[in-house]
Design a binder for this molecule. Structure first.
Ligand code: WT7
Length: 635
């Protein structure tokens, strides 16, 4: 078990103290004083951090608060995140250091040094430019977890074209509505990808989405699986053909961007309606991801970092692509399923590649834990020095398994709380932080969080309340793409002047934060974020359905599972077969992750007098819990 080398002040509950072997080389050696200092003067703190990176022109002002909540960071500064992620390393020993080690599910591998990754990015930037992509055009990327996904993102950023990455596990409607909102003219996809020994039909899904959203003029297709696909003349081009054209030279000028220019749009589920396009920038996002990664995962040149997320989610954007490259680190990327062909796949790769830090989600840990300890025990995992968790609260049982069986009792777990909107870690331990299983511990430097009640007053220690952030930070979203009102409404209106996270939390006597979960209609399924509204609109798009409601119900492995309640149209009768058809319909429209666990046919749905579905009541009934205040119920 985790042991302390030195006596410490006692804190409440079950605590794991970091060992000297972990803390002695940690970049940050003290928390409390530095944290207080960073809160007193965040601008100095962030200005110093920004100074560690390269700028074409230095900023005039660290933070412009003149028009809240439209905050601006590093105003007047000019940079490009790709200049700091690639170009600047080419002048150092890192030129020949590995940037990316990749393994495909079938077992094929590829590696890229900073030099060769930069070369591929330059070539692809030239391809994009030759197709008429200009600064400010949003390019949609829909790829499996292959190196081209990283290359495509960086190539867009390099030429100032914001990317909109759509997770490869999403399906037709999810892709179509994202293309439509971004008004993309170029789509980058693949014939398919590998998952559990089968191919995912990415190009077929894309073709169906393009039939719904014809804004796409050019579609670039990476050959991954070699499966048969349709290529539309004049619209579809093979990536490898374009990359071998004479215009695809090895060098390409990195565009100088304003610090506040958008780097990407990433769609995420909200309380109501369609997914929101969260906008992040070249300047603030760069400084924030660079700093949080450096301090929390204490990254060193000899590390081999593995973030087992998908680049298509914020975790991958920030901590597979940008933060590791900004820090000159070596990242490992794996295409497929954790248990393919056997449940030791991950442990074998950690041993094979000498991975030193593993960052994953509780749902993955629980899924692998289910297969027992023997699969992990047959591998030498002694290269590991730190572990990480993200996406949902980690239950103490999974924490302990991760700590003892995977970390062999030697690796502290960095439980990082953050969101698509926050850009990077907000509440997280550092390697020196005493840990409490299930708590994300303390806020990061410069991050001022509170747990408050309905009136905005802080609640007492140990009490549950709304988790809010009191001050802006460089990695914060800047707006919702094409919908600034929604940005204000969603995040800054309920508690004026404060960022509303949508989560509930408790702060204990020692100032440790315990995240409880979403307070809104966002459901976290296996760590993936979905909105009840999206699932409902997918259900209603089926001809048999008149009305639908979706709720999240606790699930042992997934964290939450989706339960759907459906009112059928007049002439339709419910059956097991129809229920199955509806579950598949949702999977076809949004993606397999959104497939409801159950579909129940009902005659009515509980609604408020203003016609809103009372999902809280459905949830209470599903769980057999008290129904609470039902005074607003229609009848
Ligand atoms: C929501 C954000 C940003 C990383 C991936 C998820 C939940 C995230 C934790 C954690 C408890 C967590 C919250 C949050 N969440 N990390 N360490 N402990 N809950 O990003 O898809 O935008 O989801 O994930 O509920 O609001 P996302």
């Amino acid at each position: 078990m985790f042991q302390s080398d030195e006596p410490r002040d006692s804190i409440e509950g079950e605590v794991f103290y970091p060992m000297k072997q972990v803390t002695k080389n940690a970049t940050v050696q003290e928390y409390e004083r530095l944290y207080q200092e960073s809160l007193r003067d965040p601008q100095t703190f962030w200005g110093e951090r920004a100074g560690e990176l390269d700028w074409f022109r230095k900023w005039d002002q660290v933070l412009d608060e003149s028009n809240p909540p439209f905050y601006k960071w590093f105003v007047g500064g000019k940079t490009n995140i790709v200049y700091n992620a690639l170009d600047r390393h080419l002048k150092t020993f890192r030129k020949n250091k590995l940037a990316l080690i990749w393994e495909g599910e079938p077992g094929d591998t590829r590696t890229y040094s900073y030099f060769s990754l930069n070369r591929e990015v330059c070539k692809f930037s030239n391809v994009l430019r030759s197709m008429g992509v200009k600064k400010g055009d949003i390019v949609t990327i829909y790829l499996p977890r292959i190196p081209e996904q990283v290359i495509a993102m960086l190539a867009c950023a390099k030429i100032g074209a914001p990317h909109s990455v759509v997770y490869g596990g999403f399906s037709v409607e999810a892709l179509a509505e994202r293309i439509e909102d971004a008004q993309s003219r170029v789509l980058i996809t693949a014939d398919g990808g590998w998952l559990r020994g089968k191919t995912v039909e990415l190009k077929n899904i894309a073709d169906e989405a393009l039939a719904r959203q014809p804004t796409i003029e050019s579609c670039i297709v990476v050959k991954r699986t070699g499966q048969d696909i349709y290529m539309e003349p004049g619209r579809d081009y093979w990536y490898h053909d374009l990359m071998s054209l004479p215009i695809s030279t090895n060098s390409c000028q990195t565009e100088a961007m304003d610090a506040e220019d958008p780097l990407f749009v990433l769609y995420t589920s909200g309380t109501t309606g369609r997914p929101k396009g969260v906008v992040h920038t070249h300047g603030g996002y760069m400084v924030y991801t660079y700093t949080t990664f450096k301090y929390v995962f204490d990254i060193k040149d000899e590390d081999r970092w593995w973030c087992a997320a998908d680049p298509g989610w914020i975790t991958g954007h920030s901590y597979i692509v940008y933060a590791p490259l900004l820090n000159g680190a070596t990242s490992f990327l794996y295409e497929g399923a954790p248990n393919h062909p056997y449940p030791n796949r991950w442990w074998r790769m950690i041993e094979n590649y000498g991975v030193t830090i593993l960052y994953t989600a509780p749902t993955a840990i629980r899924g692998l834990m289910r297969f027992g300890d023997a699969w992990a025990n047959r591998h030498d995992l002694s290269s590991l020095r730190l572990l990480g968790s993200v996406g949902e609260p980690i239950n103490p049982e999974a924490w302990k398994w991760y700590f003892n069986v995977i970390g062999r009792g030697n690796c502290p777990i960095m439980d990082t709380w953050w969101q698509t909107e926050t850009g990077g870690f907000m509440i997280s331990p550092l390697p020196i932080t005493p840990l409490k299983p299930g708590s994300a511990t303390r806020p990061f430097f410069g991050i001022d969080v509170d747990v408050i009640n309905e009136e905005g007053a802080p609640v007492a220690a140990g009490e549950e309340g709304y988790l809010v952030v009191n001050k802006p930070w460089p990695g914060m979203l800047r707006t919702v793409y094409r919908d600034p009102d929604r940005y204000v409404q969603q995040y800054w209106t309920k508690f004026p002047g404060r960022y509303q996270t949508g989560d509930s939390a408790r702060k204990d006597k020692d100032g440790y934060m315990w995240i409880i979960g979403r307070m809104d209609d966002v459901i976290k399924v296996s760590g993936y974020r979905l909105g009840t509204a999206e699932v409902e609109s997918a259900l209603v798009s089926h001809q048999a359905v008149a009305e639908a409601a979706a709720i999240g119900v606790p699930h042992e492995l997934k964290g939450n599972a989706i339960h759907a309640y459906v009112i059928l149209r007049n002439n339709v009768t419910g059956s097991d077969r129809l229920a199955e058809e509806l579950r598949n319909h949702v999977a076809h429209e949004i993606g397999p992750i959104a497939r409801p666990e159950t579909v129940t046919f009902v005659d009515t749905l509980p609604k408020t007098r203003s016609g809103k579905i009372m999902r809280r009541l459905l949830r209470a009934r599903a769980l057999g819990q008290p129904e609470g205040d039902v005074s607003t119920l229609e009848d």
